[in-house]
Write a protein that binds this ligand. Structure first.
Ligand SMILES: Nc1ncnc2c1ncn2[C@@H]1O[C@H](COP(=O)(O)OP(=O)(O)O)[C@@H](O)[C@H]1O
Ligand SMILES: [Mg+2]
Length: 397
């Protein structure tokens, strides 16, 4: 069929033509926004799940909801080894602009606080000209959010920001993607600041997304984090939602899938959003005409798999060193022997499979954790962050 009208969108963070199966999260977020704007106590949302399930696009959709309500919003993606100050300052600068507060002095004050918060990032003793410039024209407000203690500074920053938002009857929502990659101090300060905010009823919320062990990261940092955030596990789509993700965009182009074709698609993709988009893209291009049949899906499958092998699996596999690849392969074998659909495997079993002492494998394991290829939701167990990764490795050999 015509590749020009192909609606599917495989790719990290690519907005899907139809955001299927996420109505519950969108509705829950609506309630959160309304309650927070009215100063009611409310837990914020944190989305967790494997790679490719659609956390980033859902986070973007939630942001869209907030923007439509007139909220100020900003987004950042956490990176390992990067501090929170600069990216957060950038996100909040954006949020202040979106709020559209009319009083220039009030706006300049808050922008000045954001600036001094960001400036504190400079290594101690850095000269003024080496300071990172957040692109804010307003003068820095000395003595506010610049103590150097990130927790104190965040509370001051959010308090001033919340005041500005409350003035216009709106709120500010900060979206943090890959939240598990925040440094330990930043996580702890962020939880403390959210805790403080929820007590003062100020309309500022932090909405996060990250890998499945993110709740464990947050609760290891602050035991009360479970009361701050409502965790929403984002997972593969149900059969119904997966069908809609494929059929609705096709219908827009006056095309359709035969029922057998939809069943074959679900079989192949397991309902994982990234796989649905990848298969949809390839099968559309290869199918001679609408309706798309199960035979078309079978013809497209090898190409879809090889695209995934390069773009989705391979790009991650490439990041592992030879020693780490052995470790991944052993994980895949242990997982297959145990329960192919089970997520986590005991690290002790992986060591046994490699015939090594567990301690000697810690560097490989820690490095894979840091690279985000595996995660550990509970002590002594690890799992792939990428769905079907074990199968990919075993087939690769
Ligand atoms: N609800 C959904 N329905 C259909 N496709 C989706 C959905 N959510 C995500 N996708 C698609 O899945 C892919 C991965 O989405 P992304 O948000 O990058 O996942 P994650 O952030 O969890 O790794 C993208 O191609 C996106 O278009
Ligand atoms: Mg993402």
């Amino acid at each position: 069929m015509d590749p020009i009208t192909n609606p599917y969108a495989p790719g990290a963070g690519q907005r899907p033509p139809e955001l299927a199966g996420r109505d519950e999260q969108l509705a829950a977020f609506d309630v959160v926004l309304e309650r927070v704007a009215r100063g009611r106590p409310e837990r914020s949302l944190v989305l967790t799940g494997l790679r490719g399930v659609g956390k980033t696009v859902l986070l973007n959709a939630l942001r869209g909801t907030a923007v439509r309500k007139g909220w100020g919003t900003g987004k950042l993606e956490a990176r390992p080894d990067q501090g929170l100050r600069r990216p957060l300052a950038g996100a909040l600068h954006q949020a202040v602009r979106e709020l559209g507060h009319r009083d220039a002095d009030s706006v300049d004050h808050v922008l000045g606080v954001i600036k001094s918060f960001a400036h504190r990032d400079a290594a101690a003793g850095a000269r003024l000209k080496d300071q990172w410039n957040p692109g804010i024209d307003a003068p820095a407000v000395r003595g506010r959010a610049d103590s150097g203690d990130i927790e104190i500074d965040l509370v001051e920053l959010f308090t001033d920001l919340g005041g500005l938002a409350a003035d216009v009857g709106k709120g500010v929502a900060v979206f943090i993607d890959e939240m598990q990659d925040l440094g330990a101090d930043d996580v702890s300060a962020l939880c403390a600041a959210c805790h403080e905010l929820s007590q003062s009823g100020l309309p500022v919320i932090v909405v996060g997304a990250g890998l499945p062990h993110l709740p464990a990261v947050l609760s290891a940092s602050k035991s009360y984090s479970e009361r701050l955030f409502r965790y929403q596990r984002i997972d593969r789509l149900t059969r119904e939602a997966a069908d809609r993700a494929l059929a609705a965009p096709a219908a827009e182009e006056d095309a359709e899938f035969e029922p057998d074709a939809l069943a074959a698609m679900y079989d192949a993709t397991g309902g994982y959003p990234y796989f649905i988009q990848a298969y949809g893209k390839v099968v559309w291009d290869l199918a001679p005409r609408s309706p798309i049949t199960a035979a078309d899906v079978a013809v497209g499958a090898p190409e879809a798999e090889s695209e995934l092998a390069v773009g989705f699996f391979g790009s991650r596999y490439e990041r592992a060193t030879p020693g780490e690849r052995d470790y991944l392969m052993a994980m895949a074998e242990v997982a297959a022997a145990a329960d192919p659909d089970g997520e986590a495997v005991p690290t002790a079993d992986v060591a046994a499979a490699l015939g090594k002492k567990p301690q000697s494998l810690s560097p490989a394991r820690d490095s894979l954790l840091k690279k985000g290829l595996i995660y550990s939701g509970e002590r002594g167990r690890i799992a792939f962050t990428v769905p079907h990764f074990g199968r990919y490795l075993r087939e690769r050999g």
